[in-house]
Design a protein around this ligand. Structure first.
Ligand code: ADP
Ligand code: NA
Length: 324
């Protein structure tokens, strides 16, 4: 049996990296697997960096809403907020007692984030909580972007170690990716798009605001004049075309750029058509949901009830195995 788990952090606005890298897969796997696809707004993770309570509450709601607006049907899948299912912290604690400190200290995400913020102990333990998120549901498949590969590998080790020591209880989950969106670049051209980096294009961002960002976004730096041919394969805008545009447009832009047949501004304007075609319907559904917030709240409430049933069963088995 295939069971999917994935989490999304309510630490900022949901961006197109989250959408193409993760949410599209959630929707697809949800249609295939129904209630065996489990998606979680991971608010316990979000407090591993300093946060504002009211803002967190809003972002947790918004994250659920964006997933629903993007096509996730909470009556078909399980969609819930992590803090509504206390078993996550219980299993997270248990895993932290079974995981060598060195395994946590070498995680690249910890090293990155701990250079930006004061280091809270919870930031170090993030991967043990993430392992708990996944293994609480005995999920074997985790749709994520490339940035999470190292954490999934550690989750496999945690499962393996637990099974060896206390008896076979957990699967060793595998990451699955949307191969066209492993690592969507930020609009500043400085690496991965991320909520924490201020380089995002939001799924619910006003179309004009997206255009203002794209208009000044870097392109092939060697293409100085309109008549210089460019290299689309090092251009951020071409990466975005591959996500938003149809095949004909992608080919047209590829040839046009490399023969100086199309300028960067026209290329960006062409991109905006795909951006609008993709995002406007999501934004319209989001508007409807904002006017009926109980639909989102009820969905999270029901999702938590469904998640809790599975989580409590697993915790019973874990406690028995550990002698607790
Ligand atoms: P962020 O890094 O923006 O805080 P999260 O940690 O909440 O995002 O990640 C939610 C999901 O989106 C994860 O599966 C993650 O791998 C994926 N993801 C995040 N950023 C990107 C990106 N730039 N490209 C592809 N997938 C991404
Ligand atoms: Na991330």
């Amino acid at each position: 049996m295939k069971r999917v788990f994935s989490g999304i952090q309510p630490t900022g606005e949901i961006h197109i990296g989250n959408y193409f890298g993760a949410i599209l897969n959630y929707v697809k796997l949800g249609e295939e697997l129904g209630k065996n696809s489990i998606y979680c707004i991971v608010d316990y993770h979000a407090i591993t960096i300093p946060h504002e309570p009211e803002l967190l509450r809003k972002r947790t709601f918004d994250a659920a809403l964006v997933n629903m607006a993007a096509g996730l049907d909470p009556s078909k899948v399980i969609l819930f907020a992590q803090s509504d299912v206390r078993e996550h912290t219980e299993l997270g604690w248990i895993f932290s007692t079974q995981t060598p400190l060195g395994d946590l200290e070498r995680m690249t995400q910890f090293k990155d984030k701990s250079s930006q913020h004061s280091v809270l102990a919870g930031l170090l333990m993030y991967p043990t909580l993430m392992a708990a998120d996944i293994l609480l549901y005995k999920a074997n498949t985790v749709p994520v972007g490339e940035d999470q590969v190292q954490h999934i590998e550690l989750t496999r080790e945690i499962a393996r170690r637990f099974n060896n020591r206390f008896g076979e209880l957990f699967p060793e989950p595998l990451a699955v990716h949307n191969k066209d969106a492993l690592r969507v670049p930020g609009v500043d051209g400085q690496g991965k798009m991320s909520k924490s980096k201020g380089n995002t294009l939001g799924v619910l961002e006003e179309i004009d605001s997206i255009w203002q960002k794209l208009r000044v976004a870097p392109t092939d730096p060697a293409r100085v004049r309109r008549t210089d041919p460019g290299n689309p394969h090092i251009c951020l805008i071409f990466d975005y075309h591959k996500l938003f545009s149809d095949l004909d447009t992608i080919q047209m832009v590829e040839v046009g750029c490399s023969t100086a047949g199309i300028g960067c501004i026209d290329c960006k304007k062409t991109l905006m058509k795909g951006v609008e075609r993709t995002l406007v319907p999501i934004q319209q559904r989001a508007q409807e949901l904002y006017s009926t917030p109980d639909i989102v709240k009820d969905a999270l409430h029901e999702g938590a009830r469904e998640a809790r049933q599975i989580a409590q069963q697993t915790m019973q088995e874990v406690r028995d195995a550990l002698g607790l």
